[in-house]
Design a protein around this ligand. Sequence first.
Ligand SMILES: CCC/C=C/C=C/C(=O)SCCNC(=O)CCNC(=O)[C@H](O)C(C)(C)COP(=O)(O)OP(=O)(O)OC[C@H]1O[C@@H](n2cnc3c(N)ncnc32)[C@H](O)[C@@H]1OP(=O)(O)O
Length: 312
Amino acid sequence: MKIITQLMKSSSRGVFLKPVLKPLLLGSARSMSADVTSKYNFETLKVTQPKEFVTQVEMNRPKKLNAMNKAFWSEMRTCFQQLNSDSDCRVIVLSGAGKVFTAGLDLTDLDTVAVMQSDLDPSRKAFMIRGTIADYQETFTVIEKCTKPVIAAIHNACIGGGIDMTSACDIRYATQDSFFQIKEVDIGLAADVGTLQRFPKIVGNDSLVRELIYTARRFHSDEAKEMGFVSRIFPDKESMLTGAMDIAEIIASKSPVAVQGSKVSLVFSRDHSVREGLEHVAVWNQGMLQSEDVMKAVMAGMEKKTPKFSKL
Ligand SMILES: CCC/C=C/C=C/C(=O)SCCNC(=O)CCNC(=O)[C@H](O)C(C)(C)COP(=O)(O)OP(=O)(O)OC[C@H]1O[C@@H](n2cnc3c(N)ncnc32)[C@H](O)[C@@H]1OP(=O)(O)O
């Protein structure tokens, strides 16, 4: 705060700063890279850049209701690791192609169940299964590790793995017709790729969370909003994607240093005490407050201009 005050004082006094700041504030006009499919070439995901700095990741197995097969579990990890270091991406919209958002784990994909059915000695089999579970956990943890905010745009069914996945996202929007189901107990397993860890922290109603997990009952968009799992409901998929893109565009226009630092701090603070969170953000900001973005943002605010921030 002290640094900002000093900046504001010195810049309002010192007109000499203005010629230096003007180009910083306006930034350089850059053309949008429309086609990103060559750098993101996946079988189960379609990656596009609908707006500058906004990336859309669409689960793309519509005929299979975007059920999560072996390729999906691996491609999601690669995709989000790549996006994390892509300076053309500042925010991600995650959606599903076709009739439903996702039907969860692909129950027909023999590759995903093969490991459970091998003839190995039980302990060796257990070690193998443990490795697979860890890989699958990472498939959604990469969403959280990716410093760019991820907006889930959910329509129709969001089942099983869909809840694990969207619980790792930053913002969740849904269509009026959407429904959700923590379905793992119905297929004989305790959810193990994030729902039990992240969903309760989002919803904050322990009794309701346990009811939904133990019964695997469906809950619909209105209930999802009431419990705080989704923050906005749209009449249909088209209006939801427009709404998600509009919010994404606003986020993408902000300082990437500030937005991504905020995500890192929010994720850290969720899993730590207030004291530890404060300490973490102080150490983080002892570096980040020195960013040119602070000066650009403050000056733009004072001059009622829209700042343009350099790629991060
Ligand atoms: C280490 C592992 C970590 C991960 C764990 C994850 C666990 C989970 O995700 S548990 C949940 C698994 N998913 C399900 O149980 C969903 C089952 N499907 C449904 O409830 C319905 O299909 C759905 C509500 C999604 C859609 O219903 P609708 O009436 O519109 O369509 P259907 O006629 O039921 O289905 C159409 C065809 O899609 C096939 N299908 C549906 N879900 C899956 C799936 N999860 N995996 C594979 N295939 C699926 C369904 O069999 C139909 O196929 P076909 O008969 O050939 O047309």
